[in-house]
Design a protein around this ligand. Structure first.
Ligand SMILES: Cc1cc2nc3c(=O)[nH]c(=O)nc-3n(C[C@H](O)[C@H](O)[C@H](O)COP(=O)(O)OP(=O)(O)OC[C@H]3O[C@@H](n4cnc5c(N)ncnc54)[C@H](O)[C@@H]3O)c2cc1C
Length: 379
């Protein structure tokens, strides 16, 4: 599998998918036909995760070509991502608790075997290798993988989520953490996702048979309750002459960026992160940034987090393209606290509008899709 690193190419992938393959999405999307045959899904997630193209842009393009009814399932999946992001924005402690949990879990030999692809479950071993080689897994396979990790191998979900974040090109705080919690039966309390032999057999086109899986597990119990905290993001008025953005908001030109005297793009090193990334993932991010910066005709400094702090000197604050709850936001919070800075966030109107609907379950969010589409003229 080959993931590209420029916005222009990402838009080509999207156009191509819309023209040739999107209409079979509903019936074919659950099949994992292997790394050489991915036409039944879009493979857009590494680009959307880094906001090389945004969810809203994808939806708008799709709906400018087909009526909603023909592409409903695809649009709903795009909005799953928006929903998860909003859900975490409203409950940021879920992310910080995940990071804290990780600090208290020791690596076991079973864990080492799992991440080396040396368990006694063939499909799981293959997927581990596939993940490390391609930095991507099919959605259904992610569900099976997580379920086998938690219920058959009996490993902590947090370590699985960490492993995915380390290896995936589309690793995303919200979609990843909340999907793992969902499989475990914590996100929708008491409803765990159970990977079953017949299901894996069917949706891999009979590649795997006679798997010995725990097909009758109890959901994981986690008593922690998370109350909703209101999202407060400063408005879109430009206040400083310094602009900062991170690698998960790379279409920075969709904001008004011309008036800034200095623009910095920060990519955190592993030393500055709470979850370390694999070398290939960090390199992929570097290449995405390089292309975006080169193609922008703006003078943008590509910088590590600690180097940026050294440059701050007497600055009282700066503007930041809102990076969402996750690694980049946690870094910013540490910097703000230490240096007593004032930050003005630039956030997308679409995000702010959509995230209010993440207060309940996805069913409720989904019922608001027509409202979102008409509010932002996406259809
Ligand atoms: C355990 C687990 C971990 C996951 N971790 C991540 C992650 O770190 N980052 C990530 O982007 N997605 C994650 N997902 C969601 C999903 O698996 C991927 O978004 C999808 O497989 C990407 O492939 P695609 O672009 O071909 O998707 P398509 O099926 O073509 O869908 C189009 C787009 O819709 C969105 N989407 C589709 N399904 C989902 C979903 N279930 N949840 C959220 N968004 C979705 C993605 O942006 C995707 O690019 C995870 C799912 C599971 C079960």
């Amino acid at each position: 599998m080959n993931f590209i690193t420029s916005r222009k190419e990402a838009l080509d992938v999207l156009d191509n998918y819309i023209e040739k393959d999107i209409l079979t999405y509903t019936t074919q999307r659950n099949f994992d036909f292997g790394t050489q045959n991915r036409k039944n899904i879009s493979c857009l997630s590494p680009y959307i995760t880094h906001r090389l193209i945004s969810e809203y842009e994808v939806v708008k393009k799709v709906l400018s070509r087909y009526p909603y009814q023909k592409v409903e399932k695809f649009i709903q999946e795009i909005f799953w991502r928006v929903y998860w992001k909003g859900w975490l924005e409203l409950r940021p402690k879920v992310w910080t608790d995940f990071i804290e949990d990780l600090k208290n879990i020791e690596n076991s030999s079973e864990y080492e075997k799992a991440i080396d692809g040396e368990t006694n479950i063939d499909c799981f071993n293959d997927w581990t290798k596939e993940l490390k080689e391609n930095n991507y897994l099919h959605n259904h396979t992610r569900m099976w993988f997580a379920s086998i990790w938690i219920f058959t191998l009996k490993l902590p979900w947090q370590k699985g989520a960490e492993f995915f974040l380390k290896e995936l090109y589309d690793g995303d705080a919200a979609s990843n953490t909340l999907s793992w919690k969902w499989v475990a039966g914590i996100q929708t309390k008491g409803k765990n996702y159970i990977a079953q032999n017949w299901n894996i057999n069917k949706f891999t086109n009979n590649k795997y048979k006679d798997l010995k899986l725990n097909e009758n597990p109890q959901p994981i119990i986690d008593q922690r309750e998370y109350k909703i905290s209101p999202i407060s993001i400063d408005n879109n008025e430009t206040k400083s002459d310094i602009l900062v953005f991170f690698e998960n908001e790379l279409d920075f030109q969709s904001f008004k960026v011309d008036s800034y005297k200095k623009i910095y793009c920060i990519l955190l090193t592993n030393e500055e992160r709470q979850v370390e990334l694999g070398d290939k993932v960090l390199m992929y991010k570097k290449n995405l940034i390089k292309n975006q910066v080169q193609n922008s005709n703006l003078k943008i400094e590509f910088i590590e987090g600690s180097k940026f702090i050294e440059l701050l000197n007497n600055e009282k604050g700066f503007d930041v393209i809102y990076p969402s709850v996750g690694e980049n936001m946690s870094f910013l919070k540490r910097v703000i606290k230490k240096n007593n800075l004032m930050i003005n966030y630039l956030a997308r109107d679409e995000d702010k509008y959509c995230w209010q609907f993440s207060n309940k379950g996805y069913f409720n969010f989904k019922s608001n899709i027509p409202k979102i589409l008409s509010q932002f003229k996406l259809n």
